[in-house]
Design a binder for this molecule. Structure first.
Ligand code: SAH
Length: 218
């Protein structure tokens, strides 16, 4: 998602410390404290303009959501959605997903969402894909033992790569589909901005759910 720099984005974010975590390193290990409850913590890496994280937060008030994006302007649009929704169970974090272990303690996260992650189509950039084995190793650290990663995309080469990397990383698939909206998993699906756009174009949406191989953790 490329968006033009938004004037005043930084100030907008700084003005809402209840929603935007301005000192992410200090939050490590303290997320339940920050939310003020012991509810599960679900994060989305690359949350874009926030339709998914806000929709999920409204649908599930007993779950704490954290939307993470590396781009300041994009995150400021997500903040608009959070403010408009009135949801109190969402926080936003402007950090790079490759450094998640700096902001979350081992096992602190219950569920992770990756939606329409950047494809990085060149082979030499494969490590930058949020579903490369390098990333699964990071998710392994921050997710609790029963944690799941749920990934959606319309990009079939990226999806095929991701299915393969799940295995390479020693994780297991709970399920996957090449056409989410016409599958048994369609119910309750919250659409992202990209999902709306690509679905309107007629692209089928792929989705996988993965967890750690329990044998490996023994
Ligand atoms: N999930 C949204 C946006 C998809 S575009 C949707 O489905 O509509 C991918 C988003 O990931 C962009 O907003 C981009 O800024 C963000 N992103 C890319 N690499 C990232 C990284 N390493 N860490 C955090 N966010 C990242």
């Amino acid at each position: 998602m490329r968006v033009r720099k938004r004037k005043g984005a930084e100030e907008h974010l700084a003005n809402h410390p209840q929603y935007v975590i301005l000192e992410p390193e200090a939050a490590k290990g303290k997320w339940h404290e920050l939310f003020g409850n012991d509810n599960p913590i679900h994060i989305e890496v690359g949350s874009g303009k926030g339709a998914f994280i806000t929709g999920m937060a409204q649908q599930n008030p007993d779950i704490n959501y954290i939307g993470i994006d590396i781009q300041l302007s994009v995150l400021s649009y997500a903040l608009d959605k959070v403010l408009a929704s009135g949801a109190e169970n969402v926080k936003l974090l402007r950090v790079d997903g490759s450094a998640l272990t700096n902001y979350f303690e081992d096992g602190e996260v219950d569920m992770m969402y990756l939606n329409f992650s950047d494809p990085w189509p060149k082979d030499r950039h494969a490590k930058r894909r949020l579903t490369s084995k390098e990333y699964w190793a990071r998710y392994d650290r921050i997710l609790c033992p029963e944690g799941r990663v749920i990934f959606k995309t319309d990009n079939r080469p990226l999806f095929d790569f991701s299915l393969e990397q799940v295995e390479v990383a020693g994780w297991e698939l709970d399920n996957y589909t090449f056409d989410l909206h016409h599958s048994e998993y369609a119910e309750g699906n919250v659409m992202t901005e990209y999902e709306e756009r690509f679905t309107a174009k007629g692209n089928p949406i792929c989705r996988l759910v993965a967890h750690r191989d329990p044998q490996k953790n023994k």
